[in-house]
Design a protein around this ligand. Structure first.
Ligand code: G4F
Length: 328
C-alpha cells in the first residue's frame, strides 16, 4: 500500500493555510498544523473549523520546543512555513514582534527541521514586498530583481528568504522560497485592501454603511487568488531540486481601479463614497508591483484558474450572502 504523504503547515488557520490544507487533504495527504493560543478560540480557527481531518496542536514560531515537539510527533514529508505577522502597515506599529516572528521565526523553523526531519522538503512564504522600490526596466519584478524593501515587514521577509537559501546551500536541505505577489479571496482578512473595499462596498449597497476611508489609492498591485497560489506552493515541493519561484499574475492595477470595478459591479460610483484618511497611509509606500512568473509557468507548468474579475466577483458574492442573511 502506498503511504499517504504528510504535510505540516504553520499559519494553517490563515487564508493560505486553510486553502492549502483543503487542497492537500483532497490529494490524500495527512495534514497537521500549529495554531497560536488565543483567548477567543473562534477568531483563531474560523477558516478551518469546517475542514475535517486536520491534526492541530498549539504552537508558535517563537517557541522552539513547540515546533520541535510537533515535528517529532508528526514526522512530515513536507513543511509549509506560512505563519507570519503579515500586515505591512501594522509592521510599523509592532516592528519588533514582526521581526521576531518573520525573521527569527523562520530560523527557528529551519533549525527544528534540520534537527528533527532533515529529509523533508521545506517551503517558505516569501513575498513580493521584498522587492520594495526595485522594478526591472521592462516594468516587472522577477527572481533576479534586486531586493530593496520599504517596510519593516519587507525587511523581515528578506532575512527569511536569505536564510532559507543559506540553509539549502550550507546543509544541502530541500528548502524553497515562493515569492508570492498579493493574493486574495473571500477568506482574506478585511483589513487588507481588497476585502476591506469589497466588504464596505457591499455594506454601502445594502444601506448598512455610508462611506469608506482608505489610504493611498494610487499604489499598484498584482492581485491573484489564494487558491491558485497554494497550488503553486505544492508544485514547488514536488520537484527533485529546491529553488526560488515568483508566483504572480503578470497584471497590475491601482487600488483606485480595483475600487472602480467593485463599486460599479454594485451599480455605485466609488467617488461618491470613498475618502482618504491619512491614518491608512504608510510611512513609506511600495508604489508598484507586477510579477513575471515565467519561471514557474515554464519549468513547473503552473497555471492560473482565476481571473482578477472572477476573484473579485467571488468576494462580492461572499459578502452579499453574509449581509443579506443578516438583514433577513
Ligand atoms: O492589501 P494590502 O494591505 O497589502 P500589501 O501591503 O500589498 O501586502 C500584502 O501583499 C504582500 C505581497 O506583496 C504580502 F507579503 C503581505 O503579507 C500582504 O499580504 O495593501 C495593498 C495596497 C497598499 O499599497 C496600501 O497602501 O493598498 C493600499 N491601501 C490603500 N488604502 C490600503 C488601504 N491598504 C490597506 N490594508 N488598508 C487601506 O485602507
Amino acid at each position: 500500500m502506498v503511504k499517504n504523504k504528510k504535510a505540516f503547515i504553520t499559519g494553517i488557520a490563515g487564508q493560505d493555510g486553510s486553502y492549502l490544507a483543503e487542497y492537500l487533504l483532497s490529494l490524500g495527504y495527512e495534514v497537521a498544523g500549529i495554531v497560536r493560543r488565543n483567548s477567543t478560540v473562534e477568531h483563531q480557527r474560523n477558516r478551518i473549523d469546517e475542514i475535517e481531518g486536520i491534526e492541530l496542536s498549539y504552537g508558535d514560531l517563537l517557541d522552539q520546543s513547540s515546533i520541535e515537539n510537533a515535528l517529532l510527533s508528526f514526522q512530515p514529508d513536507e513543511i509549509y512555513n506560512l505563519a507570519a505577522q503579515s500586515h505591512v502597515r501594522i509592521s510599523y506599529d509592532i516592528p519588533q514582534f514582526t521581526t521576531q516572528t518573520n525573521a527569527l521565526g523562520v530560523l527557528n523553523m529551519l533549525e527544528a527541521y534540520r534537527r528533527v526531519c532533515p529529509k523533508a522538503k521545506f517551503y517558505q512564504a516569501s513575498s513580493s514586498e521584498m522587492f520594495g522600490s526595485s522594478v526591472d526596466e521592462d516594468g516587472y519584478q522577477r527572481e533576479t530583481t534586486p531586493m530593496t524593501p520599504v517596510s519593516p515587514y519587507g525587511c523581515t521577509k528578506v532575512f527569511g528568504y536569505n536564510i532559507v537559501r543559506n540553509y539549502r546551500n550550507a546543509y544541502k536541505l530541500h528548502t524553497n522560497n515562493g515569492i508570492l505577489f498579493n493574493h486574495e479571496s473571500p477568506r482574506r482578512g478585511s483589513n487588507f485592501v481588497t476585502n476591506k473595499v469589497v466588504k464596505s462596498a457591499v455594506m454601502i449597497s445594502l444601506g448598512l454603511q455610508d462611506k469608506l476611508e482608505l489610504g493611498n489609492m494610487d499604489a499598484y498591485r498584482d492581485w491573484g487568488h489564494s487558491y491558485d497560489y497554494v497550488r503553486a506552493m505544492h508544485l514547488i515541493l514536488q520537484q527533485d531540486k529546491p529553488g526560488d519561484y515568483v508566483v504572480a499574475t503578470g497584471e497590475t492595477r491601482s487600488v483606485r481601479d480595483m475600487c472602480e470595478y467593485v463599486f460599479s459591479k454594485l451599480k455605485l460610483d466609488y467617488r461618491d463614497y470613498v475618502t482618504q484618511n491619512p491614518k491608512f497611509i504608510r510611512p513609506e509606500e511600495l508604489p508598484y508591483l507586477k510579477g513575471d512568473s515565467s519561471k514557474i509557468r515554464k519549468e513547473l507548468g503552473w497555471e492560473l484558474t482565476y481571473t482578477f474579475e472572477g476573484m473579485m466577483d467571488e468576494m462580492i458574492e461572499h459578502w452579499l450572502e453574509i449581509f443579506k442573511k443578516e438583514k433577513v
